[in-house]
Write a protein that binds this ligand. Sequence first.
Ligand code: FAD
Length: 291
Amino acid sequence: GRSLAELVAAGERSFSFEFFPPRDEAGEEQLWRAVSALEPYRPTFVSVTYGAGGSNRDTTVRVTGRMARETTLTPMAHLTCVGHTREELEAILDEYEAAGVRHVMALRGDPSDGPRAPWVPTEGGLQYASELVEMCAARGTFRIGVAAFPERHPASASLDQDADVLAAKARAGAEFAVTQMFFRADDYFSLVDRVAARGVDLPILPGIMPILNLNAIRRQGELIGTEVPADVVERIRAHEGDPVAMRAEGIALAAELCEELLAGGAPGLHFYTLNQSRATLEIFERLNVTV
Ligand code: FAD
């Protein structure tokens, strides 16, 4: 396949879908149903997150490997520094490579007590995502994505620090970034400007999360530093008591954001699917996207 940079150079947009590793058999079936439903849309890549620790970490290797073998999709496997030594990280990269996975999302990850707990690197491991980017890049076989934060990473002192970190990750070998969820297009465009001002040419894919459950998104947003703006809350709350209308409003809001982002020059869209195809396809239908 063509790289993201090549797509963007050709004036084309990237579309991608994110999944998480299933925890049981029912989750496994749900994942592959969603994958099958989205595959015909020929995404640029599909990504699979890496568990915050414990048993489902091997699942990312298994799921991305199966995607590489049994589907037409280009899988991107996430990897974090949490709880791993350098040797372990190298071994997981070996597994990705052996499974035919050529795209890696290189992340630091969060402490087991959550994104706001102090970060303590694992002994013999890595401290920052940029070091994992370097490790991936040194192999010469991976295309590397990294995380970006339109509203500031909770542990960063400023938006400028975030932009410095992102520029450093690009210089270390990252080819593109995907953002945390956000709900104001301006936050995204400002991030793009800050990164460009640092002389770095890095496609930044907006991460799209439709609000299907307002309270859950607000709770998650508080942890990761994403605000649900008052006007967005208001538009959803206007349908309180009517779950169908509330859901439709969440889809409409996401589609409006997508349109604003594409109109403003975003290189594509990255959808957080939560292993469901329906919401993503509903948003797609509202966009003028030809597949
Ligand atoms: P970093 O880039 O290392 O940044 C972390 C913090 O350290 C920031 O505050 C940054 O400013 C600071 N920092 C970085 N470098 C330096 C430096 N040289 N000096 C001083 N400070 C520095 N988590 C998972 O567990 N699994 C996943 O699969 C996963 N997928 C994600 C996908 C996306 C698109 C996003 C946006 C996040 C994802 N996360 C995932 C969450 C992510 O692990 C957390 O947001 C984490 O807190 C930050 O990771 P990072 O890679 O941005 O870290």
